[in-house]
Design a protein. Structure first.
Lengths: 177, 362
């Protein structure tokens, strides 16, 4: 099945899975390694993909995806288009807090090829938080990894009393509110 | 592809260009959180134009939803007076407002600057080319380079070398020139305190050593701050779109885009040249709103060019970095280097550059 669904599979014991979707050549690999290095009390599976849909041959081997993070590089318009094309293959129930947009490359204002309005609009259209970071810097990469790990914990249901629906608080208020 | 800095020129004839994107909606994108009050209908009157909302702290990576088309001046611009500005490479700087600068005292300033340069030379800090004596400083105003009376008059600073070989001949070689200007910047700097003059754009042609000396003198005397003005690829796409739409007679210069491919062990540049008639034809089908250009139209225009390239070469230009744009009107490089080629649209280009300079200052 081409569309990624959130509740089609049973969760595994003491583990969570995150899917990082971003154009090739991006910093996803380093971010994944940073996440693996963090101290945590559960197992995490990090899946990297350059676009959706995921190949269906190995679908039965994949765990249930708890959080999808779409990586957009501000220096490349292609990465934004790639993410926009991939969003069509995500089931709508994922957008209840289990999707977030990671915008990297914000350290270099002078290389920006993507206009901010498009990104804000994307976050609003899909009701998902937009996180800005600069994954080429070690410190910010570690901080982002910690943040994602925390979000993953919540999305996997491992924090009692907090559900992924609370992530709407991370979204920017639209002007006029 | 050969190793090293390969440069493949792609010639797109454009006879078969189809619009890959859909029709643009033709409405200006509303900028949320706009701090300046502007009519939300998107058609500002008179010289007011942009709704800039400093979301995210600063005008960071933001381009306005729409910009006015550059005006084409035919009446008042005397082409002879500004001819010396054309066909030269100017490096761009943004300058914060100058304190207690008066355009009536230009002769005094020139004298003081000359003294300063001579002092620097004696200290051995200046590059003394050819060992000749006397750098003469001339400062003058350029009242033609403004869009309305509210703009402060542009100021030109020229350094020329007095040749010691033939003192009677008094022929001077121009070695450095720089000029400050502000074109249509008044709306964005309306709450400037007293005693401040705003000339946010500074263009330099000449040796870097003299730039440093002149810059430090201005910084000391008028308490301002110079910063290199870089042009982001996003702004370069705006320039490409805006300048393509300008009508130029006998335009032989192709529209050329230069891209630099990232993440490669060896640098690779891709040059994409388009026949100006075809580019203009494409832009005319995209641009719908009369008198202004929206972000959507620019996106569709670039998308058409990219998809045409992809169809032929299977390379995604949108994943590369746009580094330089050259059209018949002007050419701009992302390091902040500009070259004017047409005097008719000089004001229009300066208007855009002033806007970029102001957004860097704020």
């Amino acid at each position: 099945m081409a569309v990624l669904r959130p509740f089609d599979k049973l969760p595994e014991l003491n583990s969570a899975a995150i899917l990082l979707v971003g154009a090739e050549g991006g910093p996803q690999q380093q971010l994944a390694e940073a996440m693996l290095r963090e101290k945590k009390d559960f197992n995490i599976n990090i899946h990297l993909s350059s676009s959706l849909p995921l190949p269906s041959e190995r679908d039965h081997l994949r765990p249930r995806i708890d959080l999808i993070a779409f990586v957009i590089d501000i220096k490349s318009k292609y990465s934004l288009k790639n993410v926009q094309a991939s969003l069509a293959y995500v089931d709508v129930r994922f957008f209840l807090g289990k999707v977030c947009f990671l915008v990297t490359g914000v350290g270099r204002v002078n290389s920006c090829s993507v206009e901010m309005n498009a990104i804000w609009k994307l976050g609003e259209d899909y009701c998902s938080p937009v996180l800005f970071c600069e994954l080429e810097l070690e410190g910010i990469r570690v901080a982002t990894a910690q943040r994602l790990l925390r979000m993953l914990q919540i999305c996997a249901g491992r924090v009692p009393g907090v559900s992924a629906l609370y992530f709407s608080l991370l979204m920017r208020n639209s002007a006029g509110d | 592809m050969a190793g090293g800095a390969g440069r493949c020129a792609a010639r797109a004839d454009g006879t078969g260009i189809q619009m890959a994107g859909g029709r643009p909606t033709g409405s200006a994108i509303e900028m949320e959180g706009a701090m300046r009050t502007l009519p939300s209908s998107g058609r500002p009157s008179g010289t007011g134009r942009l709704s800039r909302g400093p979301l995210f702290g600063r005008n960071y990576g933001l381009s306005p939803g729409s910009r006015l088309l550059p005006p084409r001046c035919q009446e008042n611009a005397d082409p002879q007076k500004v001819a010396f500005l054309l066909h030269k490479q100017w490096t761009l700087y943004s300058v914060s407002p100058l304190y207690k600068f008066s355009s009536a005292d230009l002769k005094d300033y020139a004298r003081m600057l000359g003294v300063f340069i001579a002092a620097e030379k004696q200290k051995g800090l200046a590059v003394d080319m050819n060992g000749e004596l006397g750098v003469r400083v001339a400062m003058s105003g350029l009242p033609e380079l403004r869009s309305s009376e509210q703009d402060p008059a542009a100021v030109l600073v020229q350094l020329s070398l007095r040749s010691s070989v033939s003192p009677k001949n008094s022929e001077e070689k121009l070695i450095w020139s720089g000029w400050f200007c502000c074109v249509a910047g008044d709306d964005l700097l309306e709450d400037l305190p007293e005693n401040f003059t705003c000339l946010p754009l500074f263009l330099v042609n000449g040796a870097e050593s003299y730039t440093a000396i002149v810059g430090s003198w201005f910084q000391k005397t008028f308490d301002c701050c110079f910063r290199r003005l870089a042009i982001s690829p996003l702004n370069l796409t705006w320039m490409a779109a805006m300048w393509t739409g300008c009508k130029v007679e006998n335009n032989k210069a192709a529209m050329e885009l230069l891209f630099s491919v990232p993440h490669l062990p060896q640098p690779l540049n891709i040059s994409y040249a388009i026949h100006p008639e075809d580019a203009k034809a494409l832009w005319d089908t995209v641009q719908k709103t009369p008198g202004e250009i929206t972000q959507e139209e620019v996106d569709v225009f670039m998308e058409c060019l990219y998809s045409h390239f992809h169809r032929h070469f299977k390379i995604h230009l949108s994943a590369t970095k746009l580094v330089e744009v050259s059209t018949g009107i002007a050419s701009a490089h992302c390091d902040g280097i500009i070259k004017f080629l047409q005097s008719q649209y000089l004001i229009g280009v300066l208007m855009l550059l002033t806007e970029l300079a102001i957004s860097q200052i704020q």
